[in-house]
Design a protein. Sequence first.
Length: 379
Amino acid sequence: MSATLSAPLLDTYARADITFVDGEGAWLFADDGTRYLDLVAGIAVVVLGHRHPAPLAAAHAQLDRLWHTSNLYGTKPMRRLAQLLSDRFGGAQAFFCNSGAEAVEAAIKYARKATARTGILALENSFHGRTAGALAVTGQPAKRKAFQPLLPGVTFARANDEQSLAAAAGPDTACILLELIQGEGGIHALTPEFVAAARELADEHGALLVFDEVQTGMGRTGTFFAWQQLGVRPDALTLAKGLANGLPIGALVVSDAAAGAFVPGDHGSTFGGNPVTCAAACAVCEAIDAELLDAVARKGARLTQALSTLPAVSEVRGAGLLLGVELAREKPADVIAACLARHLLVGAAGERTLRLAPPLTITDHELGQAISILQEVLA
Ligand code: PLP
């Protein structure tokens, strides 16, 4: 393992002492030549694997032509990406930005403008990002504490508690904002009944139903969007992480039926819709086909089966290749360190949960290698 050069960085992350210099598929290579099998994928971002040829070629070609125009003008990659997302959604309009938190910010503003209301109904234990607005709708008191007062008008209901949700909804609710699988909160899925109840409540109160698919979107759970497995269509959704396979991008996608609330001047982003990132994102959208999605479900089932009977594991949760491994006794940090020593990268989510979110393209052989190491560490 190489020593990280000290650098004048603000202290926001507990970084491992490794410097990566190359990537290929499900592998990362450190500056000392050690290779690591990557089940973190840049925190559920690199869906097609490192240096995947399709987004790589698309980004390269666009880099050679045009990098940036601002949103005062159109570019072909941005228009194409909006169309690809609309086709996947079944009719929608997009706003592009640069991160998940920015997509959530856009969703909050959109819901308020569309309904002329202020209330945002989110869930306890949710995570929607670190910017001031996204933090205001994040239901984790420890993350919010030092930054109060945050945006007013936000209420939190308990996940999978329909009564709690109904009690918190009212005539001032602009939107109900849900992660279908709470990712940072520990990989906890919402039940189909709860999501269906949220849809009914939103309709009853004239509020928008918004799904934050920053982590669950782009094939991560075995369908292009996670909502497709539940059959509950949102009015809007947010995307980021996997959208451009690691280039920075976020999107607010609003259904055709709910579109039309923003007018020029309401919202914007200098870099949003950047042609290079949009070109890469178009290639990602095109690469996520039925075969890849079937493989995601199959590989997720294999991982779940292999890990759920291990002595150190009390439960494996999640869907597709977004899995939470609840540890019976050990701390995630200790397991992460033990895996790192065996050149396997795994992450954490919540208090007692390992997060496994490998590239969706991880091969069966590589998955077997990861399972062997996890079996050894979690025995
Ligand atoms: N929403 C969800 C569901 C997330 O998981 C995250 C990040 O983990 C965000 C929003 C924030 O995304 P970003 O870190 O790109 O701002």
